[in-house]
Design a protein. Structure first.
Length: 411
């Protein structure tokens, strides 16, 4: 047996991971796409950290987001609290809002109000084609804007309507509107904001799943997130609303609840979470809403304790900076693996992890496996040909990591 000592590694000083686009990033620059259970902007994984924004009192022309100066101040304050996304739930925003979001480094989830148009379909005031046209017109206003996170077809179609019409009718309605949105802006993600009462809806066409979930106890919340992950399958799951009313529960309880809600959502594998809501200022059904206070800020935008709690929780996504990272030994066992081991070792050198070693066990190769391995920052052990089990045990004998990861030369 012969051993080659590894080149000395620089002493690591802090864990380094590919940074999600988050606080500190200048602006969204790449179109978003789904890969497995997460959302990516180019090669960067995006952990969506957002707040619901609106509804607000409209002006005389019916424009909800007419005061761009206020929008800009709110968005700047969101960034200061570690948010990277904003959800506009009920009214398609003007393009100027998207421009402001882009400038300040925020993505925007744009609501298309499918739940409101369903009434037109029921009472016969509009045909399906006319509703398609309404959706396409809304999408056209925002299409291909670089600040777009996604379109949300609607928000919580009521359970009573879903029971009355039947699940299949709702599923077909949403699928039709999904196709209408994609026809207008095919490269932007499309979802629908569901809630537990209609979790039974089968919506496999959506790019990712969104749910509004209000549970005030952590164990049931954890259990329900596990269920939602089963419903999401291999698609991302985003919490589109989390929150607690500080009017009834107090600001201290609100902060504590949001702290564990946000942390639990990401710990249970969610790709993102939106807190409900950014501010206590809220307008619904023609009047100010003053009998609850879900905002991270008060109506005058003074931050509550919850704003700091959410900032801290979002700041530790995906990992807290104080975590002690375990040392890992990666053991590569090879027998005549010269054709593939170079790619394997190239990939291992690109790992962005604080503390790991690579051990190559050359199990009596007759090709150039050992010569290739010597060019890399790894520990090379050469033995007679004894088989894979023996090679693994040889690597384990010299490993210094708390965790041992076995791979083979074509990984």
């Amino acid at each position: 047996m012969s051993m080659s000592a590894p080149n000395s590694r620089s002493a690591p000083v802090a864990p380094v991971f590919p940074r999600p686009v988050a606080a500190g990033s200048p602006k969204p620059v790449a179109r978003l796409e789904v890969r497995g259970k997460f959302i990516f902007a180019g090669s960067e994984k995006v952990y969506v950290r957002g707040a619901v924004y609106g509804a607000f009192r409209p002006d005389a022309a019916g424009r909800e987001y007419h005061d761009i100066a206020t929008v800009e101040r709110d968005f700047a304050l969101m960034r200061a609290h570690g948010l990277n996304a904003v959800r506009i739930p009920h009214t398609t925003p003007p393009r100027s809002l998207l421009d402001t979001a882009q400038r300040l480094g925020l993505w925007v989830m744009v609501g298309l109000s499918a739940e409101q148009y369903l009434g037109f379909l029921i009472d016969g005031k509009k045909t399906p084609s006319e509703i398609d046209a309404l959706i396409r017109a809304k999408v056209r206003e925002c299409a291909r804007h670089p600040a777009l996170l996604c379109y949300a077809l609607g928000n919580e179609i009521s359970a009573s309507i879903a029971r009355w019409l039947g699940p299949r009718a709702i599923e077909q309605y949403l699928e039709r509107l999904y196709c209408a949105a994609k026809a207008e802006d095919p490269d932007t993600l499309v979802t629908y904001v569901n809630y537990p009462t209609t979790e039974y809806l089968q919506l496999p066409f959506l790019d990712f799943l969104c749910f509004n979930v209000y549970l005030e106890s952590q164990p049931p919340f954890e259990a329900y997130l596990d269920r939602l992950q089963n419903l999401a399958g291999d698609r991302p799951l985003v919490m589109s609303e989390l929150g607690l009313d500080s009017l009834r529960n107090g600001e201290v309880a609100q902060a504590a609840s949001l702290d564990w809600q946000v942390r639990t959502a990401f710990a249970r594998g969610c790709a993102g979470a939106f807190v409900f809501s950014w501010t206590d200022e809220w307008w619904r059904s023609g009047s100010e809403v003053d009998d609850w206070a879900f905002g991270l800020t008060r109506a005058d935008r003074s931050p509550k304790a919850a704003a700091g709690a959410v900032r801290d929780a979002f700041g530790e996504i995906p990992f807290a900076p104080t975590i002690r990272w375990p040392r890992i030994s990666v053991i590569v066992c090879s027998y005549n693996g010269a054709r593939t081991i170079r790619d394997c070792l190239d990939a291992l050198e690109r790992l962005n992890y604080l503390d790991y070693e690579v051990i190559v066990v050359d199990d009596g190769s007759t090709d150039t496996t050992a010569a290739i391995a010597r060019r890399y920052n790894c520990r090379l052990i050469e033995t007679e040909h004894r088989g894979l089990a023996s090679a693994r045990n040889t690597g384990l004998h010299v490993a210094t990591g708390e965790i041992v990861a076995y791979i083979v030369d074509d990984a």
